[in-house]
Design a protein around this ligand. Sequence first.
Ligand code: ATP
Length: 207
Amino acid sequence: MIGILGGTFDPIHYGHLRSALEVKDIFGLTEIRLIPSAQPPHRQQPIASVLMRLDMLKLAIENQPDFVADDREIKRIGPSYMVDTLKSLRDEFPETPLLLFIGTDAFNQLKTWHQWSSLFNFAHIVVMTRPGFRPQPLDDCFIERHTDKVTELAHKPAGKLYFHQVSQLDISATAIRNMIAEHQNPGFLLPDTVIAYIRQHQLYLRQ
Ligand code: ATP
């Protein structure tokens, strides 16, 4: 099985990295692909350029052999729709179960995503707990896809919805950007190599 964690990663932090490491081990993933969104369609545009966000991601995962910095959304023109990303991964991996990991906050917004119900044609969706967010009550379209049997994910390439508890780290990129703008030290919330990159490029100094 291959894991996918998409995000703005503006910047990448230990909330992303710790969750990715845990799910990689627990789900026995052959790899986890971190995919920076070039033009996120559902939110304000990021502050750092996508190439800088990719640089920071690469620095963060440089010693993690099964983590892949996947730049496919950067190579595409137009809004970075997850459904297009999953389609292209499915073309590359026709049979492999694909697990799209999203935090609870993202799950609660899922129905605003472009062609959201088609996501299940290409991948399973695994919702990771995130402090401060509770999943919305499941309506019928989610209930019919929901499983609490992790083995079902390995037996089908796509189509299931599963909830998974990760270590609760109350870290967000927004809070980190705000700290930097207020000249506070964001140490231990994200890798030192990423903090050094942010300082070198004078990122996030203004809110
Ligand atoms: P921002 O504060 O700028 O909105 P963010 O910290 O939410 O950013 P994103 O890059 O938007 O980070 O998140 C990418 C994915 O990782 C989303 O699915 C999000 O729910 C999930 N995620 C982010 N932070 C955490 C965390 N601390 N714990 C679990 N999941 C997280």
